[in-house]
Ligand binder design. Structure first.
Ligand code: RB5
Length: 151
């Protein structure tokens, strides 16, 4: 299971990404938006990042025009590591080094073909752990220090 959300700027790419996920046989829960009316990206980032943060689902994908707004909002949520990526290398590193649990894409930045490749490499890659875990632990410490979570 994976959850996905977009604003109007990410709607078209979201449909392409959903098709790519379906062709992998994945169950996808689409939290909207579902039409081209102008909407506010924080509303959809909150739904997807909230579900990941609460542990209701392991992975999510967020798409807005650039991916910037969605990544800003998603990374406010404790335990969320949302990675805005623009190519396959970044998508791979997002998983291998950052163990990103949300991949953020720009609907006005990426082609459907590139986004499909990025989603596939993110899903097919594995977190490497090791020295990277020390850094993820420090992210958790930062969250605790600013009062977002308790350790
Ligand atoms: C909407 O016009 C646009 O601002 C939004 O999709 C996103 O790019 C914000 O970061």
């Amino acid at each position: 299971m994976i959850v996905i959300g977009s604003d109007h700027g990410g709607l078209e790419l979201k449909e392409a990404v959903k098709a790519a996920l379906a062709s992998r046989g994945m169950d996808v829960d689409d939290f909207g938006t579902d039409n081209s009316d102008s909407v506010d990206y924080p509303d959809f980032a909150e739904k997807v990042a909230g579900a990941v943060s609460r542990g209701e689902v392991e992975l999510g994908i967020l798409i807005c025009g650039t991916g910037i707004g969605m990544s800003i909002v998603a990374n406010k949520f404790p335990g969320v590591r949302a990675a805005l990526a623009t190519d396959e290398f970044m998508a791979q590193m997002a998983r291998e080094h950052n163990n990103a649990n949300i991949l953020v894409l720009g609907g006005r930045v990426l082609s459907a073909d590139m986004a499909t490749k990025m989603v596939n490499v993110w899903l097919d890659s594995s977190y490497e752990g090791g020295r990277h875990q020390r850094r993820l632990d420090k992210i958790a410490q930062v969250e605790a220090a600013v009062g977002a979570t308790e350790l």
